[in-house]
Structure formats: structure tokens, C-alpha cells
Design a binder for this molecule. Structure first.
Ligand code: 1HN
Length: 355
């Protein structure tokens, strides 16, 4: 295949592996050597990457009974974390990745269960999907889990989950595990039940515009805020929408309140509101993205392919892809949780927005 870039320079067809004599190929292999030219176009395609990531949607209605069945089939002691992974067929299901850097899983905790304390190198967040009475203790902070809440478990922090309620609790886990695994830096350490510390980040760091003054010569903790309650995030979106009726991108970013930077190192997290009937055109950008519907009914049109998302449904798309989000309701707003790989792309210097 050949094509031409913006300079008009055409990519010549390159020699194939089969063009080389078999004994020569065998000799190369025996020396752990490989000719570049037969693979050059595959590793460095013209103008735009060729993604393995396929636009894919997971229906909560379809996966929920299977997750509940996992609850009956596998006790928590045999699972540690009882999760069904949302795996992208473009990468192969066994790779357990939604996009190059994003892992997604739906986790079930039943009443009375405890998922023991551990810490690991991958960064995680949880977006609570259903149920009440569960909690996650992160670095000694006990975070209650209510629908739509975002709870961080950044790299290296101890975390465990418990459930004092009466009905199943389900949340969406979003991790940068595929990246950490690829980098050969993924590992975990088991711990014991954490002592809960006094003082919660939400109370101290959750007030817009003001921060507690650190004691002299002290610094804020690296991750001051671990729980972002949905009621506050939703109210912030509603305020943005009513403050400026012409605003198209009604979106907030989950940030570290002490630095104003992304809440975690590798992935970014946002909440987006669509007005009734709104069609939002997304810019074509290099990072892959995930959309998870918190409330409403949305059609995600990804490179013209439509995916209908009801509450608790999730979909992903590769980078460099045109997409639109359409609120299918004419009288109710819709609310979408978004995860993307933009901090990683910015750090690598490959972040792009295409015209
Ligand atoms: C993990 O630690 C949790 O703590 C959930 O709830 C999902 C997926 C891969 C690796 C570690 C959790 C995970 C995970």
C-alpha cells in the first residue's frame, strides 16, 4: 500500500520478507536479527496511526446479570476483586484492555463482603454505578460510595473495599494497568486492614477556590482529595450551564485542588453535561477516550458508527477519531463521565488536536 503525506512525498512500496532468500532469513533469526523494511510501514503508518482499539460499547443491562452470577459462583475470598473486565476485541479479549492505556472493569461487592487492603503501581479510579452502603478506604480515608461518585486510588496508596449495606454495590474501575503492564512496572503488595484516620479530604479540600493553609513549612499531601461526590460535580455542571446558556462544552475536569493539575498522572477524568437535544461535536484528538453514562440517554457517534448509551452503559473509542455525542432526550439533560489518555499524551509530547 502506498499513500502520500502533506508534502506530496509518496511512500514507495518496500521489500517484503518473502523477497529475501530463506537461508538468509534463517541466519538473521538465529542471530536475533530482523530486517526493518518489511515492517516499516506497519510500525510507522503514513499520516495517522492504525489503531487496534475498536469503538466498542458495553450494555449494563447485558452485563449486570452476568456480574450477579459471578457473585453467586465465586466468593470474594476466591476473587479478591470480583470484576468482569470490559475488554476491547480489537486488542484481543485476553489483553484485558479497553484502549492502549485504559483498563475498565465492573466490580461487584455484596453486603458484608470485604475486598482486602493492597497497594499497587497502576493508578485507579472508581465510578460508582449502583447500590448503597459500600465504602473504600484509601490511605486511611474512608470514602463512602454513592452513585456517580468518583474515588481515586492513585499509585502506591493502600486501598480496601467494604460493604455495610443490604443490596449489591457495583462500580466501574478505570486503571492505567495496560500501560503499567507494558512498561513492566505493574505489581501489588498485600496489606492488613487499615486504621481509619481522622479528617477527610472532601471536608478539607473540596471547597472551590479555597484550600486549608498548610502548617508552616508543610506541604499539601500529594493526593489531597480522594472522593469527588457526584452531587457536587453535577451541581457544578448545572451552574456552568445556567451561567452561560450559549456554552456548548459543559464539562468539568477532576483536578488535584492543590495544584490544579489532572487528578492522576496518566489518565484524565471529566464530567460532561449535554443539554436536552444537544449534539456535541468532539475535536479529533490523539488520546483514546471512554464514555460512561451517569444519567440520561445518549447516542455516541464514533466515526459515524452509532452506539446508544443508557444509564450505566460504557463505550470506548480510539484516538484520532471524529465523534459526536447526542442527547437523545428533548427535555432532560444527560451526564457523561469521560476518561481519556491526555495526561499521558502530553507528557510524551504526542498530544495532538487535528483540524
Ligand atoms: C484492583 O486493585 C482493583 O482494588 C480493581 O478494587 C481492579 C484490576 C487490575 C489490577 C488491580 C481494586 C483491578 C485492580
Amino acid at each position: 500500500m502506498s499513500s502520500s503525506d502533506s508534502s506530496g512525498h509518496a511512500d514507495a512500496a518496500l521489500g517484503r520478507l518473502e523477497d529475501l532468500p530463506a537461508p538468509y532469513r534463517a541466519e538473521l533469526g538465529a542471530q536475533n536479527l530482523v530486517p526493518l523494511w518489511p515492517s516499516l510501514r506497519a510500525v510507522l503508518p503514513p499520516v495517522k496511526p492504525v489503531p487496534k482499539t475498536m469503538a466498542t460499547a458495553w450494555s449494563y443491562q447485558a452485563l449486570r446479570p452476568l456480574l450477579m452470577e459471578a457473585g453467586a459462583l465465586t466468593p470474594i475470598e476466591k476473587a479478591e476483586r470480583r470484576v468482569l473486565v470490559l475488554a476491547n476485541p480489537g486488542h484481543g479479549l485476553e489483553r484485558m484492555q479497553a484502549t492502549p492505556a485504559i483498563y475498565l472493569g465492573m466490580q461487584l461487592l455484596l453486603p458484608g463482603e470485604w475486598a482486602p487492603s493492597h497497594r499497587h503501581t497502576p493508578n485507579a479510579v472508581r465510578m460508582v454505578v449502583e447500590g448503597e452502603g459500600a465504602w473504600t478506604t484509601v490511605d486511611g480515608q474512608k470514602c463512602t460510595m454513592e452513585r456517580g461518585d468518583l474515588i481515586l486510588t492513585p499509585t502506591g496508596l493502600w486501598h480496601e473495599h467494604g460493604h455495610d449495606g443490604t443490596d449489591p454495590v457495583v462500580w466501574l474501575d478505570v486503571l492505567d494497568l495496560p500501560l503499567m503492564y507494558y512498561m513492566e512496572v505493574s505489581y501489588h503488595v498485600n496489606g492488613t486492614r487499615q486504621a481509619v484516620k481522622a479528617g477527610r479530604g472532601e471536608q478539607r479540600f473540596g471547597q472551590g477556590g479555597v484550600l486549608p493553609t498548610p502548617a508552616f513549612e508543610q506541604r499539601h499531601p500529594r493526593y489531597p482529595l480522594l472522593r469527588y461526590p457526584w452531587k457536587d460535580v453535577k451541581a457544578a455542571l448545572e451552574r456552568l450551564a445556567s451561567d452561560d446558556p450559549g456554552l456548548q462544552q459543559i464539562q468539568v475536569t477532576y483536578v488535584n485542588p492543590a495544584t490544579g493539575e489532572d487528578a492522576e498522572n496518566v489518565l484524565a477524568f471529566h464530567a460532561l453535561m449535554l443539554r436536552p437535544g444537544q449534539i456535541l461535536e468532539l475535536p479529533v484528538r490523539s488520546p483514546a477516550m471512554v464514555f460512561h453514562l451517569i444519567e440520561g440517554l445518549v447516542e455516541a457517534r464514533i466515526a459515524e458508527q452509532p452506539f446508544t448509551l443508557a444509564a450505566a452503559d460504557t463505550c470506548c473509542m480510539p484516538g484520532y477519531t471524529p465523534a459526536q455525542l447526542v442527547n437523545r432526550s428533548q427535555d432532560q439533560p444527560a451526564f457523561v463521565f469521560v476518561a481519556d489518555e491526555s495526561p499521558l499524551h502530553r507528557k510524551l509530547g504526542v498530544y495532538e488536536v487535528r483540524p
